[in-house]
Ligand binder design. Structure first.
Ligand SMILES: Cc1cc2nc3c(=O)[nH]c(=O)nc-3n(C[C@H](O)[C@H](O)[C@H](O)COP(=O)(O)OP(=O)(O)OC[C@H]3O[C@@H](n4cnc5c(N)ncnc54)[C@H](O)[C@@H]3O)c2cc1C
Length: 472
């Protein structure tokens, strides 16, 4: 199928006249919007720095009249190429629409423009004793519009859910140029089909989000955490199951496999390393980090109990975090994994499969044969509490890229076989669209394509994303 692409030269001149200095066409500006964190590079023909709904609507009307592509973009931290102009087109940069309109203490909600960074809302909410829980690891750099369009989640998902659970309502401009308000400003609402939840997670293919009404929660008084090293993944998962079935609801349950542990083992404090029967990664095969939040006394008691449960389940070493500095040190071990993986390889493909929590050990156990078959390395870590395991497939040279790609598809097939999904949080975009039919049944695919057609009859908004080409 031929998707709309770049505006022709006459249309580009028209856009320059229409939008003046907000339309950017310099090589530098285009190159900067030609990348996200997927590693792909697809520069657009032009960039419109969005200022308001009227301007966005005008661009979309022109795109329909003159058949060019418009691609919404937040901060470009996406990992699936979903904000890139594959066919050329005009990138609609939403980062300048970045006002926090209200943090409403009475209704315990916030209304924001889409270009606000996640961290900025968290800070503004915290200043009023309130809490915005969705916590993608990119929270310092990603926008709330991008978070909504990708339904971003993070470690806190195990307790608090994903972005979708916090979007009460939103305003958007449809691909036709019409403005639409969906959802409510209330915590409940069951009138009509739930278009809010449909647009959230639609990767900028159904509408351009121009404001979000978000649910907030009371700010927890504090957090406490503990990390434990286990002899194998099975023991680690038994500990997690014990924690979850004995009355605890941690605000994060993170996991590192043996390969990751080898990579960051030197960051574990000496006393923990000394307690292990060998070097981390040799005998310690899995690290679990568990965090609880709430009242100070309550979290301390919960963590003490969780520590005992970990010991009962055979923890080889415990890394307690009695104060904030120690807590940060524990998280540093977890956070340093991605960087160290990047530093250690040439080819790197991140998959973010999710499997039912009860199948994590099976999934991890299935990886060594995949590594052996393809001659590559797979690092597994991530959000064990919700089964979302980041599989980082790596090789030391470009020549091995085809092998890494083949292994990535095999991992996706394995995850699906365990009742999981190919993406827990990064989305489909360009990177995973060829694999979509592995997960989505033909009837569902037909319905989803029908929804896209209904919203966007001329396929001008973020064309080519999510759906595989051959089945168009
Ligand atoms: C270091 C790092 C860590 C990460 N950790 C996580 C994580 O823990 N969890 C997670 O979920 N993701 C994670 N990500 C991925 C990424 O940060 C998220 O997908 C994030 O939500 C993207 O936000 P963005 O503003 O960068 O959007 P972009 O990358 O610019 O765009 C992403 C998608 O949103 C669409 N979009 C953006 N703004 C709008 C809008 N206003 N209206 C309509 N569509 C729009 C785009 O078209 C595109 O489809 C991580 C990325 C990095 C680099």
């Amino acid at each position: 199928m031929n998707h709309p692409g770049a505006p022709d030269p006459e249309t580009l001149s028209l856009l320059k006249a229409e939008f003046g200095p907000d339309l950017l066409t310099s090589t530098g500006e285009l190159a900067a919007r030609g990348r996200d964190d997927s590693g792909l590079f697809l520069p657009p023909a032009a960039v419109l720095l969005a200022r308001d709904e009227t301007q966005i609507s005008r661009l979309l009307v022109l795109a329909n009249e003159r058949r060019f592509a418009v691609i919404p973009r937040g901060a470009g931290t996406g990992l699936a190429g979903a904000c890139l102009a594959e066919t050329g087109g005009v990138v609609l940069d939403m980062s300048a629409m970045n006002r926090i309109i209200t943090v409403d203490e009475k209704s315990v909600t916030a209304t924001v423009e889409p270009g606000v960074l996640n961290i900025e809302l968290r800070r503004a909410a915290a200043a009023k004793g309130l809490f915005y829980p969705p916590d993608p690891a990119s929270l310092d750099t990603s926008t709330l519009g991008g978070n909504a369009a990708t339904n971003a989640g993070g470690p806190a998902c195990v307790k608090y859910g994903t972005t979708r659970d916090y979007v009460l309502g939103l305003s958007c401009v449809l691909p036709t140029g019409e403005a639409l308000r969906v959802g409510t400003a209330t915590r409940k609402g069951v009138v009509g089909y739930d278009l809010t939840r449909l647009i959230v997670g639609s990767e900028g293919t159904l509408g351009v989000i121009t404001s979000l009404t978000l649910k907030l929660l009371p700010l927890p008084e504090g957090q406490a955490c503990v990390a434990a090293v286990f002899a194998d993944v099975g023991a680690a998962m038994r500990a997690i199951s014990a924690v979850m079935t004995r009355g605890h609801l941690p605000s994060a349950i993170e996991f590192l496999d043996a390969r990751c542990l080898r990579l960051v083992g030197d960051l574990l404090p000496a006393h923990v390393r000394a307690g292990l029967p060998g070097a981390p990664g040799e005998h310690g095969e899995a690290l679990v980090l568990i965090e609880c939040d709430g009242g100070q006394g309550e979290t301390r008691r919960a963590i003490a109990d969780i520590e005992s449960l970990c010991r009962e389940c055979g923890a080889l070493g415990i890394l307690p975090a009695p104060d904030e500095a120690a807590r940060q040190a524990v998280w540093d071990v977890r956070r340093s994994v991605s960087t160290r993986i990047h530093e250690s390889c040439v080819v790197y493909i991140p998959e973010d499969i999710a499997v039912p929590v009860g199948r994590i050990a099976d999934m991890v156990a299935a990886l060594p044969p995949v590594e052996a078959r393809h001659g590559i390395d797979i690092y597994a870590f991530g959000h064990a509490g919700d089964g979302n395991i980041h599989l980082n497939l790596t090789a030391p040279s470009e020549a091995r890229r085809p092998a890494v790609e083949a292994a990535a598809e095999e991992c996706v097939r394995l995850a699906l076989g365990f009742g999981g999904t190919m993406s827990g949080e990064h989305g489909v975009g360009l990177a995973k669209r060829r694999m979509l039919p592995l997960e989505i049944a033909p009837v569902s695919l037909r319905l989803q394509r029908g929804i896209k057609k209904l919203f966007d009859p001329n396929d001008i908004l973020n064309p080519g994303k999510i759906f595989p080409e051959e089945a168009c």
